[in-house]
Design a protein. Sequence first.
Length: 290
Amino acid sequence: MPNLKYVKFEKISLKGHPEFNEAWVQERIAEDPSILGLGDLILKDKERILPKAGRLDLLLQDTDSLRRYEVEIQLGSTDESHIIRTIEYWDIERKRYPQYDHTAVIVAEDITSRFLNIISLFNGFIPLIAIQMNALKYGDQISLVCTKVLDQMTLGLEEEDEEAEVVDRSYWEKRGTKDTVALADKLLEQIHTFAPKIELKYNKFYIGLAQEGQPNNFVIFRPQKNAIRFEVRLSKSDEIETRVAEKGLDLMDFDSKWGRYRIRLTKNDVKEHGEFLMDLMKKSYEEQSK
């Protein structure tokens, strides 16, 4: 391993800076949307004119889904007018293009506690992500570091619906087979290594999980005739997708609506890659427990 030297970066404020202003930040994100940490995004539009509402800083789109992000940038601290503008632009876009899933994104140098308290009142009803952006300087170099401090929450997930119709094991053995339902048992054994109180819960549309009688669906299973669909809730990540590909597993897609990777597993997959699957489930369990 090459020798690495510790260097100390200087944090600088962009608000009021004569050179590194909001237009400069906008250009950096437009050039490389990945710095926001929201996955593989492409620039759809910049300074997008909205009817009777001003201009949207950036419109980004996920390359693998119908998810669009309405991004507003603010130097300095978040304020009420910025919150209102971000939500207004998101609302206009979702009504104009209902075929897409839309998420509002606020990028600011300081995401204040007051802002987080206000947003928490309706996050879940309005899909909103808050990203704190720091400008770091070293010598004659400057970089932007983005940290997601508020993630999108979705209410009313199908698998968490209290009125979901409960079935029994035999229902799934008929819909799939005894062998593919048994794969859920094998995966549950892996879960028990880090969450021993988790148990299977048989619902009409999926096999979920419960802990002390309460749903805890960090992963759900859908047995089929020759395989089982393994749907694990994780943030979208190039690293995860690379690891899944390296294992030779059948990654169906990332369901951005529910925030799940969907992987089709055979009996051999579960046997050969049990440790890797356990790692994914443990990571999901820990993320949901935060």
